[in-house]
Design a protein around this ligand. Structure first.
Ligand SMILES: [Zn+2]
Length: 279
């Protein structure tokens, strides 16, 4: 959601201050702004966005910004509280904050927030971010539009690569660690047959795990995916019991901040999938 348009106010170096919540949104935004705006990511390296606990430093960071861009769809459950605290600070320094929901207009499956894992849907996020930047910082509209067009073309190339590669895979079904790859699967012809945890940190019941193991047996699934930074105990135990191979698939919820990061990570995931689903 975005509020009405106002010209960008003064910042220390005159550039618009933009805050993003997670690294994929940082990559999208940075590709649109280049050096025209000052883009910072809110979550520190390694912080999990589903259940982030913000502190005074985050409130301070947001108070100084003109735009905050979130993924949306309930990923940042903690954000409204943070924005309320920051609004008091921002009002004190006469700053207005525009909140941009990058998920606007995207077809949603079961309230699942992991839209960025499908480059096809990420294109819509990039368009939403572009439009918000243009509304708030009209002076640089042309730069934002041009950069966004270039980046969208790159995401389309990535998307085509994924489609072409996956069409050759021997297997289409997989088990993921947490329910993050539904959009990716839906857009590129794979099937996320089961997940071990509905959301990170929410342990499955023994019945839930038994059900996952039934699905793996029924569908003759050979590989199981873990995630960097998640506990692999349950994955290893299921894999051990059923004789499966374990591969790590990155949900891109934490990571480094750079323009190329998103595309690099998606290509790295594709390489993992290519090996795992051709077993
Ligand atoms: Zn997630």
């Amino acid at each position: 959601m975005m509020q009405a348009c106002e010209p960008a106010s003064d910042t220390s170096d005159g550039r618009l201050i933009v805050i993003t919540t997670i690294p994929p949104i940082y990559s999208f935004t940075k590709n649109i702004t280049g050096d025209t705006a000052n883009v910072e990511n809110l979550l520190p390296h390694g912080a999990e966005p589903h259940d982030y606990s913000f502190g005074p430093a985050d409130i301070k960071k947001v108070s100084k910004a003109q735009i905050i861009i979130k993924n949306g769809l309930g990923l940042e459950t903690w954000l409204d509280k943070l924005l309320a605290s920051a609004a008091e600070n921002a009002a004190a320094i006469g700053q207005e904050l525009f909140v941009v929901d990058s998920s606007s207009g995207i077809d949603v499956m079961d309230n699942d927030p992991h839209i960025w894992l499908s480059p096809a849907r990420a294109v819509t996020q990039v368009k939403n971010i572009r439009d918000a930047l243009i509304r708030v910082d009209t002076v640089h509209a042309e730069t934002y539009a041009r950069n966004a067009a270039y980046y969208i073309a790159r995401l389309q190339t990535l998307s085509n690569e994924i489609t072409a590669s996956i069409s050759t895979f021997k297997r289409k079904e997989f088990v993921a660690f947490h329910s993050a790859f539904k959009y990716f699967a839906d857009d590129y012809g794979l099937d996320q047959a089961a997940v071990i945890q509905k959301s990170p940190g929410i342990e499955s019941s023994p019945t839930g795990i038994a059900r996952v193991m039934d699905i793996i047996r029924e569908r003759d699934i050979k590989v199981i995916f873990s995630e960097p930074g998640s506990s692999h105990k349950i994955v290893n135990s299921i894999a051990g019991d059923l004789g499966l191979e374990v591969f790590a698939l990155d949900t891109l919820e934490t990571g480094s901040l750079s323009k190329d990061w998103y595309e690099n990570k998606m290509r790295a995931n594709l390489e993992v999938l290519k090996i795992a689903l051709n077993k």
